[in-house]
Design a protein around this ligand. Structure first.
Ligand code: ATR
Length: 273
């Protein structure tokens, strides 16, 4: 049977095998999906070892290997090219490997399912690392009014904006965003601050004025950022569990040609958190 896997380091915590096994059941596809600890500094060898098996048809790649994966594949999708990072690898019939990035689609589908995103939205992304990079193009393609990117190191936000030639983008410092105190329809935290139980230095005024607040991190309880938003009376908040299931669904579609239903799998995962 066809084999798939996710590579990361660490990897024990990964929910991808559970998600893909649920997708396989739901769509009646026969496949296996494992998690594999990638070797830092030896990731190419890990991948080559996996794909030496002709039944190995594809894999997901998570932290910290997404940039390495982009260098390893023989071709990149436009999304992976824009992100400079790959989360999905597919074996091609010609012996090559295609790298894709479904993180942005995963975020966008979750935002749309929850009605957090509209064509005239003014959006603020917090962070300019790998996670932010992957979602800029899919968000712009939704036709937003504006997309501000705020980062602790402002030059990184500006250079991220410079990668895309789009007037709706501006790279800002926290000081600037806090001073402007704009009303955002949506704020997305693309940093891992919540994992360290830290808050990005965004003023309470900016948070409380926002319509929708999204944190890419998910935990069994509210993340510190979501808890803060609720405390400031923001009514519509969400963690990133739907993005996780969404990116997996688009990977599954790339490999199997069938789009699984996201919601039933998300519901199952939510009760297991
Ligand atoms: P990822 O791939 O998860 O985005 P990354 O590329 O290391 O990881 O990027 C981490 C992001 O979180 C960066 O935008 C980082 O800001 P800097 O570029 O200034 O380092 C941001 N970040 C991390 N810890 C932070 C903190 N305590 N406050 C604000 N931003 C933080």
């Amino acid at each position: 049977v066809d084999r798939y896997a996710v590579f990361g380091n660490p990897i024990a915590q990964s929910k991808s095998p559970t998600i893909h096994q649920l997708f396989a059941l739901q769509t009646e596809q026969d496949l296996t999906y494992d998690k594999i600890l990638g070797q830092v500094g030896g990731f190419s060898a890990s991948l080559a070892g996996f794909f030496a098996d002709p039944y190995a048809k594809g894999c997901n790649v998570t932290m910290p290997f997404k940039e390495d994966a982009a260098n390893w594949v023989t071709e990149l999708s436009p999304a992976a090219q824009a992100a400079g990072a790959v989360n999905t690898i597919s074996r091609l019939d010609n012996g090559g490997f295609r790298g894709d990035n479904t993180d942005g689609q995963g975020l966008v589908v979750d935002l749309e399912n929850q009605q957090f995103l509209f064509a005239d939205s003014n959006v603020l992304l917090i962070g300019a690392g790998g996670a932010a990079k992957g979602v800029v193009l899919p968000l712009l393609q939704k036709g937003l009014a504006s997309l501000d990117i705020v980062n602790r190191t402002q030059v990184k936000a500006i250079s991220l904006c410079d990668r895309f030639n789009d007037e709706r983008l501006s790279g800002k410092s926290f000081e600037q965003v806090n001073r402007e105190a704009k009303h955002y329809d949506l704020i997305v935290n693309c940093t891992s601050t919540s994992l360290q139980n830290e808050l990005p230095p965004l003023s309470e005024e900016v948070i409380s004025r926002a319509e929708h607040i999204y944190d890419m991190v998910y935990q069994s309880a509210d993340t510190i950022f979501i808890a803060k938003a609720k405390q400031l009376d923001v009514k519509k908040t969400s963690d990133g569990l739907g993005m996780l299931v969404g990116q997996a669904a688009y990977s599954f579609f790339l490999w199997r040609g069938v789009m699984p239903k996201i919601q039933p799998v998300l519901d199952k995962l939510r009760v297991q958190l």
